[in-house]
Design a protein around this ligand. Structure first.
Ligand SMILES: [Zn+2]
Length: 135
């Protein structure tokens, strides 16, 4: 039996992010005070400590900063998917985020590859932002 992959667990801070993901949109945080954009929901701007933050849409395109190919799954749920790619992706807007590189040719990923966001179904309408390599 293949165990389903875990679903995201939204909390008060991350709920807008996951709601948008379920609609096929990638959100990032932007600071209204200094303009910095960042990834990972939080209350304060990591650049200027302002609490005047908003959600903005990312175009969902970026470059692979680094990656690792996982052959030994950390939990049983991921075993069926091995080997798979976990990558640090630098979004064109600036923020760096972790995600899987999935789809055709994923295991041939290289640092510097251009990637585009895609949304992996996780059941109950939940979707996980992941990336695919651009041709
Ligand atoms: Zn700021």
């Amino acid at each position: 039996m293949i165990t389903p992959l875990p679903q995201p667990e939204p909390n008060a801070d991350s709920r807008p992010y996951w709601s948008a993901a379920s609609e096929g949109r990638l959100l990032i945080r932007a600071c209204k005070a200094c303009g910095a954009k960042h990834f990972m929901p939080r209350h304060l701007c990591p650049e200027c400590w302002s609490d005047q933050l908003e959600w903005v849409d990312s175009a969902g395109r970026g470059t692979v900063h680094s990656f690792s190919i996982v052959h030994r799954a950390p939990t049983p749920e991921f075993a069926a998917g091995t080997p798979y790619v976990i990558a640090m992706v630098d979004l064109d807007e600036g923020p760096r985020m972790f995600a899987n590189v999935i789809g055709e040719g994923a295991l041939a990923v290289a640092i510097g590859d251009r990637v585009r966001v895609t949304f992996e179904e996780r059941g109950d309408g939940m979707k996980m932002p992941q990336f695919t390599r651009e041709a």
